[in-house]
Design a protein around this ligand. Structure first.
Ligand SMILES: NC(=O)c1ccc[n+]([C@@H]2O[C@H](COP(=O)([O-])OP(=O)(O)OC[C@H]3O[C@@H](n4cnc5c(N)ncnc54)[C@H](OP(=O)(O)O)[C@@H]3O)[C@@H](O)[C@H]2O)c1
Length: 283
């Protein structure tokens, strides 16, 4: 049975993706921060599919030491039960913020969770992904378009605009996937970004201020249920031969920003490696 790690698998898109993939027979390792939400998620999966194989790991992925700890726990699990192989990693956990807020390391929170957490977790799980010719899928967004990375102020600490920070973090998802393919595609590892579209989840109602909370409560009513984007992750995981594209929406390739270049991807790798104190190198 192939194993897939999904971050942010306790609600919204991550939970529906976990459900869809357990139905396809994958062994799911979910990662999220709240024990009660993880327990509820597991109960829901098992109530809909009593044969589902799923295990939850707790970690606040905004903090790098937590990413490292949970990566070690997952690696031990994979070594013990899965011959050290990881079929796919879905970096989906994400947040929106209304104000400039930082992590324990002093990093802006949307950048830290939406980009750096996946960058660091992927690095730690790369040996297991390599063993399985694995795939790495980021949850991106259409909002990565119409923006450039602010290389001289990537945390946006001067004149913080929360929407700009969110959009930039989603552009980083694209650049990270592009950089992974540049480095590892010829070794059998492939990276993708899923655009879920507008989805009716509570992302804008968690740890946000009154205005963002209010606007998101109105906006999300126009969104599709999270079971819709879950089909695209299932599509990318079920293909025997890895699909060739980078950016997918509703199971089809989609055009992405001209900012998604190898040059920008290399620049982001260099910066993120410094911020996470790691070095990717070649597989
Ligand atoms: N909704 C949309 O329209 C939309 C559109 C484009 C892209 N996206 C992207 O989709 C992804 C999932 O978002 P969603 O809409 O499904 O929202 P969601 O329902 O709030 O799901 C976010 C997931 O991340 C987890 N999480 C949040 N902070 C965390 C932390 N510090 N450590 C570990 N896990 C954490 C949440 O846990 P809890 O259950 O404890 O909150 C939840 O499982 C995000 O990357 C988002 O940017 C969403």
């Amino acid at each position: 049975m192939n194993t897939i790690v999904i971050t942010g698998a306790s609600s919204g898109i991550g939970l529906e993706t976990a459900l869809a993939l357990t139905r396809q027979g994958f062994n799911i390792l979910g990662v999220a921060r709240s024990e009660s939400n993880c327990n509820k998620a597991k109960e829901r999966i098992l109530s809909e599919n009593p044969n589902a194989k799923c295990t939850y790991f707790l970690a606040d992925l905004m903090q790098q030491r937590e990413v490292v700890r949970v990566a070690e726990e997952i690696t031990s699990y994979l070594n013990e039960k899965c011959n050290g192989e990881l079929y796919a990693l879905i970096n989906n956990a994400g947040c929106v913020r209304s104000w400039y807020m930082t992590t324990d390391e002093g990093y802006e929170q949307q950048f830290a969770l939406n980009h750096l957490a996946g960058f660091l977790l992927t690095h730690k799980l790369l040996p297991a992904l390599k063993k399985a010719n694995g795939r790495i899928i980021m949850t991106g967004s259409q909002s990565h378009k119409g923006i450039k990375v602010r290389w001289d102020n990537i945390m946006l600490c001067h004149r913080y605009n929360p929407l700009t920070a969110y959009k930039q973090s989603k552009l980083c998802n694209m650049l990270f996937a592009k950089g992974l393919n540049d480095r590892y595609a010829e070794d059998g590892i492939r990276a993708y970004v899923v655009d879920p579209g507008l989805v009716n989840t509570d992302i804008g109602n968690k740890e946000t201020g009154g205005l963002v909370n209010f606007i998101w409560s109105l906006r999300k009513r126009h969104g599709v249920p999270p079971s819709v984007p879950a089909k695209t992750y299932a599509f990318l995981c079920e293909q025997k031969n890895t699909p060739e594209g980078l950016y997918y929406y509703l199971c089809k390739e989609k055009k992405y920003s001209k900012q998604v270049t190898s040059e920008n991807a290399d620049r982001l790798f260099e910066l993120s490696e410094r911020l996470c104190d790691i070095h990717y190198g070649k597989v």
